[in-house]
Design a protein around this ligand. Structure first.
Ligand code: SF4
Length: 367
C-alpha cells in the first residue's frame, strides 16, 4: 500500500479526534484511550485484551469486529465521512470500519500506568491471566508502519515478566518487532497466532481484500519459528463452501507444518449480527450459488450445524496428527469460553468416535 507520512496535529480538524495521516483512501484519526486492558467482564471473552487501533484496513468480509468501530464513531460524534459537518462522501458503517481508523496515541503510556498502579488489572495479568493483543483489530495493519502503537505496547510488556501474551495478526509486519518478541518470550509466555484461511492467493484477495498474501504470512511464520517464538496458525474462519474443500485444508495444514508452526487452531464461520450484515451481501456478490444454502444453514443459529462442526474438528485433528502439529491453542485453559460465550477454541476433548468420511465436510462445498 502506498504510504504518506503522518500529518501533524497542527493539521487537525478536531481536537478530540485529530486527523493524523492518510494512506490513499484511508484516514487516521487520533484517539485518547482511557484504559487499554479490556477486562474479561467487559468483553465476555475469557481473557484480557488489547486493541491498539479501532477499525482495520484489511477489510475481511467475515470480520465480526465492526461493532466496536461504530461505537467509537457515535461516541466521538463523528460521521462516516470523517469529522462531523465536513462535506465529503458518506461511507456505510461497514466501510468506515476499514477506511477511518482510530489510533490510540497514548496506548503505551496508559498501559504502563495501569501496570504500575498495581490495581486489579495489573494484578490479574501479573498472576498470569492471558492477555490477547488484536481481538478487534489487526495490530499490524498498515497504520502500524506509520504510528507504531503496537510496538509501543510491546515495549511496555517487555518490561514486565511472568505474563501470558497472545498476539493475533495477518501481517508479516510482526517480524519487524522480532527483537521485542524475543525479549518478551524470555521473560513471559508468548504465543503468536498468524491468521490464514487459504493458500489460494486469488481467493484470499476476494475474501480479505487488503490483507497480506498467504505466502507473506507463511514467510513470517517461518521467521518467527526460526527465532524461537511459539507460532501457530488460526484457520479462522473456515468458510463453508468457500475454503472448506478437504484437499485445500489438507494442503494448508501440511504447508503450515512445513513452515515450522507449533499448532493449528481451526474454527468454522460464526455469523452473528455484525458479521452477517457484511458477509451475506459479500456472498451474494462473489458466490451467489451459495446464498440459499447459507440461508438454510444459518437460519436458526450463528453457527453451522453440529454435524459440520464435529466433522471439521475431527478432520482437522486427524490432519494435525498426521503432520505432527498440535490441534488447538497451546494454552487451552486460558481460552475456555465463559458460560454463554464462544470465541476462539473448539472443544478439545478426545473424540470417542472415528474420523468421519470426507463427505461430511462437503456439506456445503460445491463439487
Ligand atoms: S484482520 Fe481481523 S480485525 Fe482486521 S478486518 Fe480482518 S478479521 Fe477484522
Amino acid at each position: 500500500m502506498q504510504q504518506s507520512m503522518p500529518l501533524g496535529d497542527a493539521q487537525a480538524t478536531s481536537s478530540q479526534h485529530p486527523l493524523m495521516g492518510e494512506q490513499k483512501d484511508i484516514r487516521y484519526y487520533g484517539s485518547q484511550a482511557r484504559s487499554l486492558l479490556n477486562s474479561p467482564d467487559s468483553t465476555g471473552m475469557p481473557f484480557w485484551s488489547i486493541n491498539p487501533y479501532v477499525g482495520c484496513a484489511f477489510g475481511c468480509a467475515y470480520c465480526y469486529a465492526r461493532y466496536a468501530h461504530r461505537f467509537v464513531m457515535e461516541r466521538g460524534a463523528l460521521t462516516a465521512d470523517g469529522i462531523e459537518g465536513e462535506a465529503a462522501e458518506v461511507l456505510p458503517p461497514w466501510l468506515a470500519f476499514e477506511r477511518r481508523i482510530f489510533v490510540k496515541r497514548n496506548a503505551a503510556d496508559v498501559l504502563r500506568r495501569t501496570l504500575r498502579d498495581r490495581g486489579s488489572a495489573a494484578g490479574a495479568v501479573q498472576r498470569g491471566e492471558t492477555i490477547v493483543l488484536g481481538t478487534a483489530t489487526d495490530p499490524y495493519q498498515p497504520a502500524e508502519r506509520l504510528f507504531r502503537v503496537t510496538r509501543g505496547v510491546l515495549e511496555v510488556l517487555a518490561e514486565a515478566k511472568g505474563l501470558k501474551l497472545v498476539i493475533i495478526t495477518k501481517s508479516p509486519l510482526i517480524t519487524r518487532d522480532l527483537d521485542l518478541l524475543v525479549r518478551i518470550a524470555q521473560r513471559s509466555t508468548l504465543t503468536v497466532h498468524l491468521s490464514l484461511i487459504t493458500l489460494d492467493r486469488e481467493l484470499a484477495r476476494r475474501i480479505e481484500p487488503r490483507a497480506p498474501t498467504p505466502e507473506s504470512r507463511l514467510r513470517a511464520l517461518r521467521r518467527l519459528s526460526a527465532a524461537g517464538i511459539e507460532a501457530g496458525v488460526n484457520i479462522m474462519p473456515v468458510l463453508p463452501g468457500v475454503t472448506d474443500r478437504p484437499d485445500a485444508l489438507a494442503a494448508l495444514v501440511r504447508r503450515i507444518a512445513a513452515e515450522g508452526a507449533s499448532h493449528v487452531n481451526p474454527s468454522p464461520l460464526r455469523l452473528r449480527a455484525t458479521a452477517r450484515a457484511r458477509y451475506l451481501p459479500f456472498l451474494a456478490a462473489e458466490f451467489p450459488h451459495l446464498v440459499t444454502r447459507y440461508a438454510d444453514a444459518y437460519a436458526h443459529s450463528h453457527e453451522m450445524a453440529p454435524g459440520y462442526r464435529d466433522g471439521l474438528r475431527r478432520f482437522m485433528k486427524q490432519l494435525c496428527a498426521e503432520v505432527g502439529l498440535q490441534y488447538g491453542t497451546p494454552d487451552e485453559r486460558a481460552f475456555e469460553p465463559r458460560a454463554g460465550t464462544a470465541w476462539m477454541v473448539d472443544d478439545a476433548t478426545p473424540d470417542p468416535t472415528p474420523p468421519p468420511a470426507v463427505a461430511q465436510l462437503e456439506l456445503l462445498t460445491a463439487s
